[in-house]
Design a protein around this ligand. Structure first.
Ligand code: GLU
Length: 457
């Protein structure tokens, strides 16, 4: 079967760089295997899910370069989950329980005090029809638990039942189903917890590989058992390490600053964010990949390490700068145009090539464009006034090329005996309104003779 993966965010907030990791690991896996990528909105929590967040998620994925082959929302598929729940009920694998949260907590504390594992005792299974009717007459509504297959016919006699899988990130994994409580799949208000809808959808979408954060490792053995109960072949699982900041802090606290949207507004390139989100916590050094295809060739799921993927948000700036310094004109042409960079294509390209090494973000090119087209006039040092007048007089005739600057300044050096800063800085300040910046040999032809003379006088 061809590879099909999914990214399944809940539309209850903006994606942050930590969510970009599973989104990208799924997308890169699909790219590498010529597979499909499904975007599934896990929006069964109707109170917290919003359309605005769903739209923001698809916009952020598009910004990263992820183009889902299909997308859907779980809230449209409740009838399908109901049908699966009925199948499980009919097989005796989904049973009603009536304990309140407080009752369950009391039982867990008692078990802990007695040194027993706080596993649910399946009391709900023992209820007779009459007892159930009496509880419902009191107004109690049942929640529904899945009966784990950890017994030989008598659910009150559990036995060690290993469920194993070969995790593409973590290697062989095994969990004893007898050590777990039967999971609640349906709440007392009739709403579904994440587990059953996720499995039903993974089956319906033909998901071959579930790639997600390691916070879901603990759910996997239970999910394998539910796939079996629904008579479906389970997917291959891969649980990657989670991004944390260097201090080990999870990303939820820093979400605002590290949301994809705020990173994009701060001028970071999607490939800088993608490189950091994917390469942190892998055996690969962190460097900017030029495209998602290149990133897909750099790392495999097995390259993720077992410890947290610590990263420093401050690494994003140098990473972005490295990426920008290497961006070809074609990658920024539209953005330069939107910034008001004018001239023929060759001049615009020459401008970008001169400016990019001085830009930590593409947006900073605007500053250098101002320096070329409309510099801020800086006060002239009185002792430089004659020098600048001489420079204006001796400026070569056009056409200018990359050798003009050197010919002009060599001549000025010979005439005035100035050298180094004294020779170059007054010219740079007068011509660009800046005291440092891109190579003047490249800028002078862009400024042109008429503007140069005007700025020198
Ligand atoms: N909505 C779930 C989450 O965001 C999806 C988990 C999964 O990939 O199975 O945690």
């Amino acid at each position: 079967m061809s590879v099909t993966v999914r990214f399944a965010p809940s539309p209850t907030g903006f994606l942050h760089i930590g969510n970009a990791r599973p989104a990208l690991l799924n997308w890169l896996f699909a790219l590498r295997h010529g597979g499909r990528f499904v975007l599934r909105y896990d929006d069964t929590d109707r109170e917290r899910s919003t359309q605005a967040f769903a739209d923001a998620i698809s916009g952020d994925l598009a910004w990263l370069g992820i183009a889902p082959h299909e997308s859907f929302r779980q809230s449209e598929r409740i009838a399908t989950y109901d049908a699966a729940a009925e199948t499980l009920k009919a097989a005796g694998l989904l049973y009603p329980c009536y304990e309140t949260a407080e009752e369950l907590e009391r039982r867990r504390s008692r078990a802990r005090a007695l040194g027993r594992p706080p596993v649910y005792d399946r009391a709900g299974l023992k209820l007779t029809d009459a007892e159930r009717a009496a509880l419902e007459a009191e107004g109690r509504k049942p929640h529904w638990r899945f009966l784990l297959p950890n017994h030989d016919g008598d659910p009150f006699e559990t036995r060690r039942t290993e469920r194993s899988w070969n995790d593409l990130c973590r290697g062989p994994q095994s969990v004893d189903l007898a050590s777990l409580s039967d999971p609640v799949l349906i709440r007392a208000d009739g709403s579904y917890l994440y587990t059953l809808p996720s499995i039903v959808d993974d089956i319906a979408s033909g998901i071959t590989h579930v790639i997600r954060g390691e916070d879901h490792v603990a759910n996997t053995a239970v999910q394998l058992a539910i796939f079996e109960a629904l008579d479906a072949e389970p997917p291959v699982f891969a649980h990657h390490n989670l991004l944390t900041t260097v201090s080990g802090e999870g990303l939820s606290k820093r979400k605002g600053a590290l949301s994809l949207r705020s990173l994009r507004e701060a001028g970071f390139e999607p490939m800088a964010v993608a490189s950091l989100a994917v390469l942190s916590g892998t055996r690969h050094a962190i460097e900017p990949a030029e495209s998602l295809a290149a990133l897909a060739d750099m790392v495999e799921l097995a390259d993720t390490s077992r410890s947290a993927a610590k990263f420093n948000p401050e690494d994003l700036e140098p990473l972005n700068a490295r990426l920008v310094h290497g961006l070809p004109y074609g990658a920024v042409a539209e953005r330069l145009e939107a910034m008001g960079v004018t001239g023929d294509a060759a001049a615009r390209e020459a401008f970008w090539e001169a400016a990019r090494a001085n830009c930590a973000t593409v947006g900073e090119a605007a500053r250098w464009w101002r320096a070329v087209s409309d510099p801020q006039a800086l006060p002239v040092d009185p002792e430089d006034a004659d020098y600048l007048a001489l420079a204006a007089e001796t400026l070569p005739e056009e056409p200018f090329d990359s050798a003009t600057w050197s010919a002009w300044t060599s001549d000025l050096k010979a005439r005035t005996g100035r050298k180094g800063r004294a020779l170059f800085l007054p010219l740079r300040k007068a011509l660009t309104g800046e005291t440092s910046g891109p190579d003047m040999a490249a800028l002078l032809p862009l400024i042109g003779r008429r503007n140069s003379v005007a700025r020198l006088s």
